[in-house]
Write a protein that binds this ligand. Structure first.
Ligand SMILES: NC(=O)c1ccc[n+]([C@@H]2O[C@H](COP(=O)([O-])OP(=O)(O)OC[C@H]3O[C@@H](n4cnc5c(N)ncnc54)[C@H](OP(=O)(O)O)[C@@H]3O)[C@@H](O)[C@H]2O)c1
Length: 336
């Protein structure tokens, strides 16, 4: 049997563990082009929250009773697909399930048989890391000497984006994160020039202005509208705003979200604001992974992982993302 986690009913506000159900179904018979993978690691991702309620998102909402989406790393256990032999390691969007069926189309990438820990392909060498790399390089049009501000900076996307900016020659990189431990890690271990604890700051705008006295060339934003509104007056001419994610807004209905009003700043400063869906860059993932793998091997790019055990841990691990509980990439190990 395949065990999986399903959505109980559409979610209102912050997700709770009670919003999820554990279900079972028989293993399917394979058709040509399909393979079945046994999942070893499953990820929890804040962006999945937007799919738990009806409404606009770049991917359709999950229906009540439907499998919860998530990235997976597993091994092919049965295959009628010539590109994926039995025993092959694969990363795919397999969902919160012990086994995943690949239908022949969509996101499924064979993993190299190398010494690199497989879990990294769900973290710094996976979707979060690729979001950092292409968010900064392609969308942010990163240039040496840029002054960069990263929000949710201790998360897997933010921490990697800030470190890449430093390695690529940013003039300064400042991170915003919640709590002294995350801020200390950013400056003492990840090499950020400064970190701001937004939970302890009475005047966050003043704190950002003090940390980036020359202004911001790139705002790499993982948080949402209020942060963009706050940073617009601090942007430099020709600045770029990368909309990577909106973790502070995902649980808030659209009509109740903060607005972005300071749009006059776009004219005078010739600002650009652009979002990304990282799959658009999928063909270039190998080149990014090669570069980042080299930086990791030399100790010039670090990461944190939090690995939970068992399918039952998935809902709690996910809900904790919206309480700031994660310190690094959260994965759940569900197989050997
Ligand atoms: N565009 C794409 O293709 C793409 C792909 C992957 C991910 N993303 C997005 O990238 C962003 C970062 O992803 P990630 O995996 O690295 O997750 P993450 O930043 O670790 O997200 C969880 C963290 O968000 C912060 N947070 C939670 N609620 C908050 C709130 N109300 N206000 C401010 N911060 C809050 C917390 O950190 P603190 O303790 O610091 O508050 C928490 O630990 C997400 O928004 C995700 O959707 C985008």
């Amino acid at each position: 049997m395949i065990r999986y986690v399903a959505l109980k009913a559409h979610v209102d506000g912050a997700p709770q563990e009670s919003d999820f159900l554990f279900e079972e179904m028989p293993r399917p018979a394979l058709e040509d082009g399909q393979f079945l993978a046994e999942n070893i690691y499953v990820s929890v991702d804040p962006g999945m929250r937007s799919r738990l309620s009806p409404g606009a998102s770049y991917a359709p909402p999950i229906a009540p009773g439907g499998l919860i989406d998530g990235f997976t790393i597993g091994r092919v256990v049965a295959s009628k697909n010539l590109a994926f032999a039995e025993g092959q390691w694969v990363t795919m969007g397999g969902g919160w399930a012990t086994h995943s069926l690949f239908g022949g189309r969509g996101f499924a990438i064979p993993l190299p048989d190398s010494d690199i820990p497989k879990s990294l392909y769900l973290g710094i060498l996976g979707i979060p890391g690729m979001t950092s790399y292409f968010g900064l390089k392609r969308v942010g049009r990163f240039e040496e000497g840029d002054h960069v501000l990263v929000t949710s900076a201790a998360g897997p996307v933010g921490a990697t984006a800030g470190q890449l900016a430093k390695r690529w020659g940013a003039a300064s990189v400042v991170g915003i994160a919640g709590g002294p431990d995350k801020c200390a890690w950013l400056t003492e271990e990840a090499g950020f020039d400064a970190a701001i604890d937004y939970k302890a700051e009475n005047d966050l705008s003043a704190a950002i202005a003090a940390a980036l006295p020359k202004g911001i060339d790139i705002l790499f934003d993982n948080v949402g509208n209020a942060m963009i509104e706050r940073c617009l007056p601090l942007m430099r001419r020709g600045g770029r705003i990368v909309i990577s994610g909106q973790v502070a807004d995902y649980n808030v209905p659209l009509a109740q979200r903060d607005g972005v009003f300071n749009t006059g700043e776009f004219i005078g400063k010739r600002l650009l604001m652009q979002g990304l869906v990282v799959f658009d860059d999928m063909m270039q993932f190998p080149e990014a992974q090669l570069e980042m793998g080299g930086l990791i091997a030399n100790g010039n790019l670090i990461y944190k992982e939090e690995i939970f055990e068992g399918l039952e841990a998935l809902p709690g691990a996910f809900c904790g993302l919206f309480k700031g509980e994660n310190f690094g990439r959260r994965l759940v190990k569900i197989g050997d």
